[in-house]
Design a protein. Structure first.
Length: 275
């Protein structure tokens, strides 16, 4: 919690919240502690104790005020509250640390979504199951053993990913922002993946230190695929109840060039191991 607050304070300037910048260069990036305390309506000493980790149980009212002062999004605000719960010993219920298999009903659903590439993911984006088009869309993913298949690991460590994702930087930021949310729902799994990727990728380590947080709920992703060429697909992320498993689906409207490309992908994907 303390580190999250320090990082976010450093990323919002006085002008962003209507404060004068004053003459000359500021030695402190972003807001000073005193400025944030005033904006949140708390004493400087109290806020300093929070940021230094000496106050581990601020009230929700204080946290809400800090979130408003720091211009946090809803996802970031929820993340701050969850970090505070953990700091105070109110740790959210932990998921089983081992990788759990995809539920049979979700596996059946994957087949019904063809030719749309689809995946069953857990909180840290392990690929628990995928249809053939899903494995084929992430070029080279099928070369990895099933236990290693993880969308975030693929983004940062697979050599094909930088070519495949037309906007790799955006995909990478989304991946890291999502992984921050998994710190609280699957802490053991998240910590292991963060340690692995931080050691292997300086870009991941730098993005991780930014403490950006948001929940991916769907959007559009542009691909440069080695078989079906350049295309942009809509995607939806559907959460299931209670077990942390999510369904990620890429889709295109019938009759479009993108849908024709997915049909071609399905024709080439028949022999791919789909987990």
């Amino acid at each position: 919690m303390a580190e999250f607050l320090r990082v976010r304070r450093g990323r919002i300037g006085p002008a962003d919240v209507g404060l004068p910048t004053g003459p000359g260069a500021r030695r402190t990036p972003g807001l000073r502690r005193e400025e944030l305390a005033v904006l949140a309506g708390v004493s400087v000493d109290y806020y300093t104790r929070i940021e230094q980790g000496r106050e581990i149980a601020p009230s929700d009212a204080v946290l809400d005020a800090l979130a408003r002062a720091l211009r946090l999004t809803d996802d970031e605000h929820a993340h701050l509250l969850a970090l505070a719960d953990r700091a105070a010993g109110r740790t959210p219920r932990r998921r089983p640390p081992d990788r759990q298999p995809a539920r049979p009903g979700l596996r059946l659903l994957l087949d019904s979504l063809r030719p749309g590439p689809a995946y069953v993911l857990n909180e840290v984006n392990d690929v628990l199951a995928a249809n053939p088009e899903g494995v084929a869309l992430l070029a080279g993913l099928g070369e990895w053993p099933p236990a290693r298949r993880n969308v975030i690991r693929y983004t940062f460590l697979h050599p094909a990913a930088r070519t495949l994702f037309a906007d790799w930087d955006r995909v990478a930021r989304n991946s890291v922002a999502h992984l921050h949310t998994a710190e609280l729902t699957a802490p053991e799994q998240a910590a292991a993946l963060v340690a692995e990727l931080s050691a292997a990728s300086g870009e991941f380590a730098a993005l991780w230190r930014r403490h950006e947080v948001w929940v991916k709920r769907g959007g559009r992703t542009a691909f440069r695929h080695p078989v079906i060429g350049s295309l942009t697909l809509a995607n939806e992320v559907l959460a299931t109840a209670g077990d942390g498993q999510r369904l990620l689906v890429y889709q295109a409207a019938p009759g479009t060039a993108e849908h024709d490309a997915l049909v071609l992908l399905a024709m080439t994907a028949q022999s791919v191991d789909a987990v």
